[in-house]
Design a protein around this ligand. Sequence first.
Ligand code: AVJ
Length: 327
Amino acid sequence: MSSSALQSPTAESAADLETVQAECSEFESELTAALIMRPRSIAPKFFYDTAGSRLFDRICDLPEYYPTRTEFALLARHAPEMAALMGTGADLVEFGAGSLTKVRLLLDALEQPRRFIPVDISADHLHAGAAMLRADYPGLDVKPLAADFTQPLALPPSHRRVGFFPGSSIGNFSPDEAVQFLRMAATSLRGGGMLVGVDLVKDPAVLHRAYNDSAGVTAAFNRNLLLRANRELGCDFDAEQFAHYAFYDPRQRRVEMHLVSRRRQVVTLRGQRFEFADGESLHTENSYKFTVEGFQSLALRAGFHPQRVWCDAENQFSIHWLTLPVA
Ligand code: AVJ
């Protein structure tokens, strides 16, 4: 939340303030729960405070992190076809919009989307991106929604909506959660469809490098969760005393990220003390990888009709166009 937004309580900033406060207390209760349970784990959405969103943008530019540039190239190449399938005059809703770079390729190809509704949990980052987008697309009605897209969304009324869910963020969900999310998205997108970016199974060495970059940006992104807890909740994590550990498990088809305690240590959260044994882990993220058919069967379970899929020549990444019947 920027100070200027706090000083001018427009409807938008008042709603954001509520979101920030709700997220803050949700972070506190979820982190407390994570520290009590064994093994310890927390949802990856808590990575994305302003610092975390910035670190994620740096991940997207890393030479080892192939998903962003591969998906970007697919969008650049096929945007006209994608836009034709999405149709004209619909509201475009982006789930987990981040810095709003990829959607520009679609907006350039779409003839007059009525409205663009980027949804992101990171309010500051979202509004900064929305302001830049408005400057570049003066005719477009940009209505950012600072919200957790895993929860039901209060979207403005519309006769037809199409969704955009790039980046393989869907991989953060377990397969059952992914179906749940898709079902929820389907209720908002009836009669329309959704374009979904999905990372594919591949050589584990390539996956390993993507989550263990040599510049240490992914490690910093992972540790930012602890620094965020220090900033927002007054915790006393010594982030350097937690190792970034990321590996691909081919049996579950997922990359797991952990923060592993380098020694026995005690941390405090709102006066409660929690001990980490030497080598004890806090599991911070799963990033599932899919086959094209595997993703299509999840989409089918949620009521979507897989219509078209685009993959790069090396089959690293896929983008799926899924449609929804009216009723
Ligand atoms: C935003 C969930 C798609 O899983 O690749 C990147 C997040 N984590 N590097 C991913 C992430 C570590 C990213 N997603």
